[in-house]
Ligand binder design. Structure first.
Ligand code: G4P
Length: 289
């Protein structure tokens, strides 16, 4: 493991910024990547947000295995958590956000009402580790029909609030959480979804880990995408991990000078196909990777 991107200096700064932003809002919209629903959440979030209500958005659900996403969501819902499953790029999926915000803040709205305070803005911010879709969600929510609310006293200069209709407002800049994990498998998963630097392993190592996982958990998926007429994919168990890479390089005509299959380009291709969903809807937390 190398180059984890986040060392204590970064972390301290991120934590301080997060705490400043947190002071401005009533609730948090926590985003995670549905393909790595547990590992793409920051385990410090509960401590950071204290008693503020929180909604969990399992984003990029269009890329994830729907059965596993639903299973993760239902287990959390049973504990009383508000969980949304969505594709932040589309407006149709964001309708639930406002309802969930209202639901999350029901106790607060009720408390305010008893004190005679009506229509006080409910303010939220989106938070999550890099690349989980925070900016995309903000942009989709801010789409047509929304208006920016100007700076208000007590609001840090430069902060803009996006009106979501009714009394709901969303901070226009996301809170960036740092990935935190002790388990190296989580590092591999986070590198595969692009939330930490690929350098955690070399790209060939990362692709090999993905292939091994896919072979075990999604049998046939590699063959469906890459097998040419004359190529049979080798069974990978206990074998040379580069066998699949070699096969993909040959099928896709990726050669180095001297007619050697270009394993690095094959690895990059497979990872790119996974990230974009071309390999299919895949979740990465079904056992070790
Ligand atoms: P961040 O703020 O949390 O760092 O993430 P950001 O919104 O920048 O999104 C990271 C990438 O993920 C973007 O793609 C974005 O389009 C994509 N994305 C966000 N939400 C979803 C989703 O629900 N489903 C899918 N399939 N993709 C999503 P990009 O390739 O980096 O940029 P772009 O070329 O799409 O603009």
């Amino acid at each position: 493991m190398q180059n984890l991107n986040w060392y204590p200096g970064h972390m301290t700064k991120a934590r301080r910024m997060m705490q400043e932003q947190l002071a401005l809002v009533d609730l948090l919209i926590e985003l995670a990547d549905a393909r790595v629903p547990a590992g793409s959440r920051n385990p410090d979030i509960a401590a950071l947000c204290g008693s503020k209500p929180r909604i969990l958005v399992l984003n990029k659900a269009d890329l994830a295995d729907p059965v596993r996403t639903e299973r993760y969501a239902s287990a959390l819902r049973e504990t009383g958590q508000l969980v949304l499953i969505m594709d932040a790029r589309t407006r149709k999926d964001t309708g639930g956000v406002r309802r969930a915000m209202e639901e999350a803040c029901r106790a607060k709205i009720e408390r305010d009402r008893k004190r005679g305070i009506l229509n006080r803005p409910l303010r939220a911010m989106a938070v999550g580790i890099p690349n989980v879709g925070k900016s995309t969600l903000i942009n989709t929510l801010a789409g047509r029909g929304s208006a920016k609310v100007g700076n208000r006293p007590g609001v840090t200069k430069g902060k803009q609030w996006i009106s979501l209709g009714g009394t709901m407002q969303l901070l226009d800049t996301p809170g960036i959480l740092w990935p935190r994990f002790e388990d190296p498998d989580i590092g591999v998963r986070l590198a595969l979804i692009g939330s930490i630097s690929d350098d955690i392993l070399d790209i060939g190592g990362l692709a090999s880990r993905l292939i091994r996982y896919l072979t075990a958990k999604y049998p046939g998926i590699m063959e469906r995408r890459y097998a040419g007429e004359n190529v049979r994919f080798p069974v990978i168990e206990g074998e040379d991990q580069t066998a699949h890479l070699r096969a993909v390089a040959m099928v896709r005509n990726l050669w180095k000078k001297g007619q050697e299959p270009d394993l690095a380009r094959a690895a990059a291709l497979i990872i790119d196909d996974f990230r974009s969903g071309r390999l299919g809807r895949i979740s990465l937390e079904d056992g070790s990777i």
